[in-house]
Design a protein. Structure first.
Length: 112
């Protein structure tokens, strides 16, 4: 059983091509690889308080599982949270991002 299943019909598609959005704090990244230095750089940004919205579509299942495991450890260490935005798109953030409720509103806006 893999992490990702086949795509369901009529599912909304979100575009995450840019590295950063107009929201200065949020990092949007379409993952290019599972190289350790690349992942560590993203993890450092999350530890510094920037939520990451990561698109796993370009990765194969083994690469995606490696990245999920890595970021799950980082999220646990910073007492954060992982949110499923869409199939193969997740948000990783520390707990402080959710304090004022604006992140929950942002997630609702991009999913709808």
């Amino acid at each position: 059983m893999g992490l990702f299943s086949k795509k369901q019909k009529n599912q909304k598609q979100l575009k995450f091509e840019s590295k950063e959005s107009t929201y200065d704090q949020i990092i949007f990244e379409k993952l290019e690889s599972d190289q350790d230095t690349y992942l560590t750089n993203l993890a450092d940004q999350m530890i510094d308080g920037h939520p990451l919205i990561l698109n796993f579509e370009p990765l194969d299942i083994d690469q995606a599982n490696k990245v999920i495991a890595f970021f799950s450890g980082i999220v646990y260490a910073v007492k954060g949270e992982i949110v499923l935005i869409q199939e193969k798109v997740f948000m990783f953030a520390n707990k402080d991002v959710y304090l004022d409720g604006s992140m929950d509103e942002f997630i609702k806006d991009i999913v709808e």
